[in-house]
Write a protein that binds this ligand. Structure first.
Ligand code: AMP
Length: 288
Protein backbone atom coordinates (compact mmCIF):
# COMPACT_ATOMS: atom_id res chain seq x y z
CA UNK A 1 0.00 0.00 0.00
CA UNK A 2 3.02 2.27 0.35
CA UNK A 3 3.21 4.61 -2.63
CA UNK A 4 6.38 4.03 -4.60
CA UNK A 5 7.51 6.58 -7.18
CA UNK A 6 6.64 4.38 -10.18
CA UNK A 7 3.17 3.75 -8.90
CA UNK A 8 2.74 7.45 -8.25
CA UNK A 9 3.78 8.27 -11.82
CA UNK A 10 1.33 5.70 -13.13
CA UNK A 11 -1.37 7.01 -10.87
CA UNK A 12 -0.73 10.54 -12.09
CA UNK A 13 -1.18 9.65 -15.73
CA UNK A 14 -4.05 7.23 -15.23
CA UNK A 15 -6.00 8.95 -12.51
CA UNK A 16 -5.13 12.61 -12.59
CA UNK A 17 -5.12 13.05 -16.36
CA UNK A 18 -7.36 10.10 -17.10
CA UNK A 19 -5.49 9.49 -20.32
CA UNK A 20 -8.15 7.10 -21.60
CA UNK A 21 -10.30 10.15 -22.15
CA UNK A 22 -7.52 12.02 -23.94
CA UNK A 23 -8.20 15.16 -21.91
CA UNK A 24 -8.18 16.20 -18.26
CA UNK A 25 -10.80 14.23 -16.45
CA UNK A 26 -13.55 15.76 -14.39
CA UNK A 27 -13.64 13.71 -11.25
CA UNK A 28 -16.73 12.82 -9.27
CA UNK A 29 -17.41 10.74 -6.14
CA UNK A 30 -18.76 8.00 -8.48
CA UNK A 31 -15.17 7.23 -9.54
CA UNK A 32 -14.38 5.93 -6.06
CA UNK A 33 -15.63 3.08 -3.93
CA UNK A 34 -15.74 4.43 -0.40
CA UNK A 35 -14.35 2.22 2.34
CA UNK A 36 -14.18 2.60 6.10
CA UNK A 37 -13.94 5.95 7.83
CA UNK A 38 -10.40 6.91 8.81
CA UNK A 39 -11.39 9.80 11.00
CA UNK A 40 -13.09 13.13 11.27
CA UNK A 41 -11.53 16.49 10.66
CA UNK A 42 -12.67 20.04 11.20
CA UNK A 43 -14.85 20.21 8.07
CA UNK A 44 -15.81 16.62 7.32
CA UNK A 45 -14.91 12.96 7.15
CA UNK A 46 -11.90 11.09 5.79
CA UNK A 47 -12.47 7.70 4.16
CA UNK A 48 -10.21 5.12 2.62
CA UNK A 49 -11.33 4.73 -1.01
CA UNK A 50 -10.52 2.71 -4.11
CA UNK A 51 -10.36 4.35 -7.51
CA UNK A 52 -12.60 2.12 -9.60
CA UNK A 53 -10.56 1.98 -12.82
CA UNK A 54 -7.10 1.43 -11.34
CA UNK A 55 -8.01 -0.18 -8.03
CA UNK A 56 -5.65 2.29 -6.40
CA UNK A 57 -6.18 2.94 -2.67
CA UNK A 58 -6.34 6.57 -1.58
CA UNK A 59 -7.80 8.58 1.28
CA UNK A 60 -10.63 10.94 0.44
CA UNK A 61 -11.23 13.93 2.64
CA UNK A 62 -14.66 15.44 2.04
CA UNK A 63 -14.99 19.02 3.26
CA UNK A 64 -18.38 20.66 3.59
CA UNK A 65 -18.36 23.99 1.77
CA UNK A 66 -20.99 25.42 4.13
CA UNK A 67 -18.81 24.74 7.17
CA UNK A 68 -15.74 26.20 5.48
CA UNK A 69 -17.65 29.38 4.65
CA UNK A 70 -19.21 29.55 8.13
CA UNK A 71 -15.75 29.38 9.73
CA UNK A 72 -14.39 31.89 7.19
CA UNK A 73 -11.66 29.42 6.27
CA UNK A 74 -11.98 29.60 2.48
CA UNK A 75 -8.48 31.04 2.14
CA UNK A 76 -6.95 28.53 4.51
CA UNK A 77 -8.47 25.60 2.63
CA UNK A 78 -7.54 26.91 -0.80
CA UNK A 79 -4.03 27.58 0.42
CA UNK A 80 -3.80 24.04 1.79
CA UNK A 81 -4.88 22.63 -1.57
CA UNK A 82 -2.63 24.91 -3.61
CA UNK A 83 0.45 24.25 -1.51
CA UNK A 84 0.03 20.53 -0.85
CA UNK A 85 -0.72 19.65 -4.46
CA UNK A 86 2.72 20.97 -5.46
CA UNK A 87 4.74 19.12 -2.83
CA UNK A 88 6.19 15.76 -3.85
CA UNK A 89 8.44 14.26 -1.20
CA UNK A 90 8.53 10.77 0.41
CA UNK A 91 7.80 12.27 3.85
CA UNK A 92 5.03 14.65 2.79
CA UNK A 93 1.48 13.38 2.35
CA UNK A 94 0.64 13.63 -1.35
CA UNK A 95 -2.46 15.44 -2.48
CA UNK A 96 -3.10 13.73 -5.83
CA UNK A 97 -6.05 15.79 -6.99
CA UNK A 98 -9.25 17.42 -5.84
CA UNK A 99 -12.74 18.05 -7.13
CA UNK A 100 -15.99 19.46 -5.84
CA UNK A 101 -19.74 19.26 -6.15
CA UNK A 102 -22.46 21.56 -4.91
CA UNK A 103 -21.92 20.76 -1.23
CA UNK A 104 -18.42 19.40 -0.77
CA UNK A 105 -14.79 19.68 -1.75
CA UNK A 106 -13.09 16.29 -2.08
CA UNK A 107 -9.35 15.95 -1.54
CA UNK A 108 -7.80 12.78 -2.97
CA UNK A 109 -4.86 12.06 -0.68
CA UNK A 110 -2.14 9.47 -0.36
CA UNK A 111 -3.39 6.79 2.05
CA UNK A 112 -1.26 6.58 5.20
CA UNK A 113 -2.19 3.18 6.57
CA UNK A 114 -0.14 3.51 9.77
CA UNK A 115 -2.35 6.07 11.53
CA UNK A 116 -1.31 9.27 13.29
CA UNK A 117 2.03 9.68 14.97
CA UNK A 118 0.60 10.95 18.26
CA UNK A 119 -1.19 7.61 18.74
CA UNK A 120 2.09 5.74 18.30
CA UNK A 121 3.71 8.06 20.83
CA UNK A 122 0.85 7.67 23.32
CA UNK A 123 1.02 3.88 23.10
CA UNK A 124 4.84 3.62 23.19
CA UNK A 125 6.34 2.31 26.47
CA UNK A 126 6.30 5.23 28.98
CA UNK A 127 4.76 7.37 26.23
CA UNK A 128 8.10 8.07 24.56
CA UNK A 129 10.16 6.79 21.67
CA UNK A 130 13.56 5.13 22.00
CA UNK A 131 16.33 7.45 20.80
CA UNK A 132 16.96 5.46 17.60
CA UNK A 133 13.34 5.88 16.53
CA UNK A 134 13.26 9.56 17.55
CA UNK A 135 16.44 10.25 15.56
CA UNK A 136 15.16 8.49 12.43
CA UNK A 137 11.87 10.36 12.65
CA UNK A 138 13.58 13.73 13.15
CA UNK A 139 15.72 13.12 10.06
CA UNK A 140 12.59 12.45 7.97
CA UNK A 141 10.76 15.53 9.25
CA UNK A 142 13.84 17.76 8.83
CA UNK A 143 14.20 16.48 5.26
CA UNK A 144 10.51 17.11 4.48
CA UNK A 145 10.59 20.61 5.99
CA UNK A 146 13.87 21.40 4.21
CA UNK A 147 12.15 20.46 0.93
CA UNK A 148 9.27 22.83 1.79
CA UNK A 149 11.65 25.67 2.70
CA UNK A 150 13.50 25.28 -0.58
CA UNK A 151 10.14 25.99 -2.21
CA UNK A 152 9.54 28.96 0.09
CA UNK A 153 6.81 27.13 2.00
CA UNK A 154 6.83 27.20 5.79
CA UNK A 155 4.62 24.68 7.55
CA UNK A 156 4.10 26.58 10.83
CA UNK A 157 2.15 23.78 12.54
CA UNK A 158 4.54 20.87 12.96
CA UNK A 159 3.36 18.59 15.80
CA UNK A 160 2.62 14.84 16.21
CA UNK A 161 -1.09 15.34 15.41
CA UNK A 162 -0.16 16.60 11.93
CA UNK A 163 2.11 13.71 11.05
CA UNK A 164 0.79 10.43 9.68
CA UNK A 165 2.59 7.11 9.42
CA UNK A 166 2.75 5.01 6.24
CA UNK A 167 2.45 1.24 6.24
CA UNK A 168 6.26 0.88 6.03
CA UNK A 169 6.67 3.15 9.07
CA UNK A 170 7.81 6.27 7.19
CA UNK A 171 6.43 9.58 8.41
CA UNK A 172 4.16 11.73 6.25
CA UNK A 173 3.90 15.40 7.12
CA UNK A 174 0.28 16.50 6.59
CA UNK A 175 -2.09 19.34 7.40
CA UNK A 176 -0.82 22.26 5.42
CA UNK A 177 -3.72 24.42 6.61
CA UNK A 178 -1.39 26.81 8.41
CA UNK A 179 1.41 26.65 5.92
CA UNK A 180 2.11 29.62 3.75
CA UNK A 181 4.04 30.55 0.65
CA UNK A 182 6.52 33.10 1.86
CA UNK A 183 8.80 34.38 -0.86
CA UNK A 184 9.94 37.14 1.48
CA UNK A 185 10.28 34.53 4.25
CA UNK A 186 9.04 37.04 6.80
CA UNK A 187 5.54 37.02 8.28
CA UNK A 188 3.70 38.31 11.32
CA UNK A 189 0.55 36.16 11.81
CA UNK A 190 0.29 34.25 15.08
CA UNK A 191 -0.64 30.66 14.39
CA UNK A 192 0.24 27.09 15.23
CA UNK A 193 -0.30 25.24 18.47
CA UNK A 194 0.36 26.76 21.91
CA UNK A 195 3.01 24.34 23.11
CA UNK A 196 4.87 24.60 19.82
CA UNK A 197 4.85 28.39 19.48
CA UNK A 198 8.32 29.95 19.18
CA UNK A 199 9.22 33.08 21.21
CA UNK A 200 9.07 35.41 18.20
CA UNK A 201 5.45 34.44 17.47
CA UNK A 202 4.42 34.95 21.10
CA UNK A 203 6.03 38.38 21.04
CA UNK A 204 4.22 39.05 17.72
CA UNK A 205 7.50 39.92 16.06
CA UNK A 206 8.30 39.35 12.42
CA UNK A 207 9.32 35.75 11.91
CA UNK A 208 10.71 33.57 9.17
CA UNK A 209 11.12 29.92 8.19
CA UNK A 210 13.17 29.24 11.30
CA UNK A 211 9.88 28.94 13.26
CA UNK A 212 9.78 25.43 11.76
CA UNK A 213 13.29 24.71 13.11
CA UNK A 214 12.02 25.61 16.60
CA UNK A 215 9.03 23.25 16.15
CA UNK A 216 11.34 20.43 15.10
CA UNK A 217 13.14 20.97 18.41
CA UNK A 218 9.85 20.85 20.34
CA UNK A 219 8.87 17.73 18.39
CA UNK A 220 12.15 15.97 19.18
CA UNK A 221 11.76 16.79 22.88
CA UNK A 222 8.21 15.38 22.81
CA UNK A 223 9.44 12.20 21.08
CA UNK A 224 12.06 11.64 23.77
CA UNK A 225 10.18 12.81 26.88
CA UNK A 226 6.53 12.16 25.95
CA UNK A 227 5.37 15.75 26.42
CA UNK A 228 6.38 19.09 24.92
CA UNK A 229 9.13 20.99 26.78
CA UNK A 230 7.16 24.06 27.89
CA UNK A 231 3.89 22.34 28.87
CA UNK A 232 2.28 24.08 31.89
CA UNK A 233 -1.12 24.33 33.62
CA UNK A 234 -2.11 27.43 31.72
CA UNK A 235 -1.29 29.45 28.63
CA UNK A 236 0.42 32.27 30.53
CA UNK A 237 2.88 29.92 32.20
CA UNK A 238 3.55 28.11 28.92
CA UNK A 239 4.32 31.44 27.26
CA UNK A 240 6.55 32.54 30.15
CA UNK A 241 8.49 29.28 29.96
CA UNK A 242 8.89 29.59 26.17
CA UNK A 243 10.10 33.19 26.45
CA UNK A 244 12.67 32.30 29.10
CA UNK A 245 13.71 29.11 27.23
CA UNK A 246 12.97 27.13 30.38
CA UNK A 247 13.77 23.61 29.13
CA UNK A 248 14.23 20.87 31.72
CA UNK A 249 16.02 17.77 30.48
CA UNK A 250 15.21 14.55 32.34
CA UNK A 251 18.39 12.54 33.04
CA UNK A 252 17.48 9.88 30.46
CA UNK A 253 17.68 12.34 27.53
CA UNK A 254 20.93 11.38 25.76
CA UNK A 255 23.65 14.05 25.66
CA UNK A 256 23.75 14.02 21.83
CA UNK A 257 20.02 14.76 21.67
CA UNK A 258 20.44 17.50 24.29
CA UNK A 259 23.13 19.09 22.14
CA UNK A 260 20.81 19.07 19.12
CA UNK A 261 17.85 20.38 21.14
CA UNK A 262 19.93 23.24 22.54
CA UNK A 263 20.75 24.28 18.96
CA UNK A 264 17.07 24.39 17.96
CA UNK A 265 15.31 25.65 21.09
CA UNK A 266 16.99 29.04 21.05
CA UNK A 267 15.92 32.52 20.07
CA UNK A 268 18.25 33.17 17.15
CA UNK A 269 20.64 31.36 14.84
CA UNK A 270 18.86 28.04 15.02
CA UNK A 271 20.66 25.12 13.45
CA UNK A 272 19.98 24.71 9.72
CA UNK A 273 17.96 21.69 8.60
CA UNK A 274 21.04 20.32 6.88
CA UNK A 275 22.72 20.73 10.24
CA UNK A 276 19.91 18.72 11.87
CA UNK A 277 20.21 15.93 9.29
CA UNK A 278 23.97 15.72 9.61
CA UNK A 279 24.07 16.12 13.41
CA UNK A 280 26.15 13.30 14.92
CA UNK A 281 23.35 12.10 17.20
CA UNK A 282 20.88 11.90 14.26
CA UNK A 283 23.44 10.32 11.95
CA UNK A 284 24.40 7.46 14.25
CA UNK A 285 20.88 5.97 13.91
CA UNK A 286 20.28 6.41 10.18
CA UNK A 287 21.46 3.07 8.88
CA UNK A 288 20.76 0.80 11.82
P1 AMP B 1 -7.93 15.65 9.32
O1 AMP B 1 -9.15 16.28 8.79
O2 AMP B 1 -6.76 15.81 8.38
O3 AMP B 1 -7.59 16.06 10.72
O4 AMP B 1 -8.20 14.07 9.32
C1 AMP B 1 -9.05 13.43 10.25
C2 AMP B 1 -8.47 12.07 10.57
O5 AMP B 1 -8.48 11.23 9.42
C3 AMP B 1 -7.04 12.14 11.03
O6 AMP B 1 -7.00 12.25 12.40
C4 AMP B 1 -6.43 10.84 10.54
O7 AMP B 1 -6.56 9.84 11.51
C5 AMP B 1 -7.30 10.45 9.36
N1 AMP B 1 -6.62 10.74 8.09
C6 AMP B 1 -6.57 11.93 7.45
N2 AMP B 1 -5.91 11.85 6.29
C7 AMP B 1 -5.50 10.56 6.18
C8 AMP B 1 -4.73 9.84 5.19
N3 AMP B 1 -4.28 10.45 4.09
N4 AMP B 1 -4.50 8.53 5.41
C9 AMP B 1 -4.96 7.94 6.52
N5 AMP B 1 -5.68 8.56 7.49
C10 AMP B 1 -5.96 9.85 7.32
Amino acid sequence: MEVDPNEVAELESKIINHEAYGKPYKWSPRDFELGTSLGRGMFGHVHVAREKKTGYLVAIKALFKSQIVKSKCEHQVMREIEIQSHLKHPNILRLFTWFHDEKRIYLVLEYAAGEELYKHLASAPMGRFPESRAARYIYQIADAVDYCHQRHVMHRDIKPENILVALNGDLKLADFGWSVHAPSERRKTMCGTLDYLPPEMIKKEMYNISVDHWCIGVLLYEFLVGKPPFESEDQEKTFARILSLDVIYPSYVPSGAKDLLSKLLKKNDRLSLDGVKSHYWVQQFQNV
